[in-house]
Design a protein around this ligand. Sequence first.
Ligand code: DX5
Ligand code: ZN
Length: 216
Amino acid sequence: MKTLIAPSMLSADFLHLEKDVEMVNQYADLFHLDIMDGSFVPNISFGFPVVEAIAAKARKPLDVHLMIVHPERYVERFAKAGAALISFHYEAALEQSGAVIDQIHSFGVKAGIVINPDCPVQKIFPYLDQVDFVLIMSVFAGFGGQKFIPESLERIRTVRQELDQRGRRDVPIEVDGGIGPDTAAEVKQAGASMLVAGSAVFKAADPKEIIAALRK
Ligand code: DX5
Ligand code: ZN
């Protein structure tokens, strides 16, 4: 599967957002947009005005990662704001997860289910036939710049194996948190093919070099 690089705009320069949007347009594959509500996670990030501003200049798909309670309340607005992919946390939707996936699909948007590092991966197995991608957190959702949790590799392998067994080899696993040139090779080897990277990309002197390193 082709590796896709999704820079997390949480680490972008918000005073010069257009410059960073252009960099992603040129060198990366997706815009990863972290939506935090101060309730599902202790942090608050940004909302519709920022997403819409990015959407207006983006030539790559918007990958919206919802870290919010009641994701079903906001799916429609993010779809209309231009999301091509929307993921929500299993821990925020629980047994409503199937309904949220259907709702995302009803807007013609790709649906992903996300799990935090402390949630057994088996919890999302019931939804693996329904989703377009799976997002495995390799840090606890809420903040950029955290350290990669090595146990995530085993979790990626387990989900990859389960997807493959179900004949869903084409469903990509996205990994998010602490990804940089030092961790990219092992997450890819474990079975992830969509790599989110925030601080590694935007704190780098040359983001395009880091993106190239993540890709290869
Ligand atoms: C964390 C977010 C991540 C974050 C990644 O809750 O979901 O997307 O921005 O940042 P880094 O790559 O710095 O760990
Ligand atoms: Zn994210």
